[in-house]
Design a protein around this ligand. Structure first.
Ligand code: FES
Length: 224
């Protein structure tokens, strides 16, 4: 297995090639567990992650769940119709609270039924009033930073990450004509790809395959 430092050097020299002589990335960046750990630390723990469309959360209590790295999170529409993201892990014994998508006015833990409000505050903890010194008011699910950009929901675990709109300012100019803010989610599917995550990202970044693979649909309309 090639060392991570070597892979980074290879990647760097690859990036220095002129665009007209672009080459694929070194194979090791797709297969090295150490390189993946580096990506988890440097990318997934720090960057904004897009987890869905704000239009999918229409009513108070509508929620969706996601995972940033190893951290389960929930994004929901609160009583004031604000988007909120928070940890999706119970403060009692760390059970995951919610799965998938749905609507809840209270988040009830499936393990021992501690219940939380849409603001993350602990509202109920069965029988815990018998525990001397237990103070329900001191428990709240940790908030996660959440922003909406062109109708997309972004979350990050990094308290100091610059706002999404700042980071994507150049993209805003490129895609402004599409009016994505007004898009409405009409269906939702979840796909798990048995591959390195970059393969999926690259597939969506290249249009080279559209005329062939998607010749019956979008292919004829694509501009390579
Ligand atoms: S783990 Fe959630 S109530 Fe016990």
């Amino acid at each position: 297995m090639i060392a991570v430092d070597t892979l980074i050097d290879q990647l760097r020299s690859n990036c220095e090639r002129p665009f007209s002589d672009a080459h694929a990335m070194p194979p090791g960046v797709y297969t090295s567990p150490d390189f993946l750990s580096l990506e988890e630390r440097e990318i997934f723990a720090h960057e904004w992650q897009c987890v869905g469309r704000a239009s999918a959360l229409k009513e108070p209590g509508d929620y969706l769940t996601a995972q940033i790295g190893a951290q389960p999170i929930v994004v929901l529409r609160d009583e004031q119709m604000q988007l909120k993201a928070m940890s999706n892990v119970c403060l009692h014994r760390m059970s995951v609270l919610l799965e998938g998508r749905g609507n809840k006015r209270r988040i009830v833990c499936p393990y021992h039924a501690w219940s939380y409000g849409l603001d993350g505050e602990l509202k109920g903890a069965p029988l815990m009033d018998r525990q001397e010194g237990f103070c329900k008011e001191s428990y709240r699910l940790p908030a996660v930073r959440c922003e909406e950009w062109q109708g997309w929901i972004y979350v990050t675990l990094d308290e100091s990450a610059p706002p999404v709109a700042t980071q994507l300012a150049e993209l805003s100019e490129l895609i402004g004509a599409y009016g994505m803010t007004d898009y409405i989610e009409t269906f939702y599917e979840e796909h798990v790809w048995d591959t390195n995550w970059k393969i999926l990202a690259e597939n969506f970044m290249e249009s080279y395959h559209l005329p062939m693979l998607h010749r019956a649909t979008v292919g004829p309309h694509s501009k390579l």
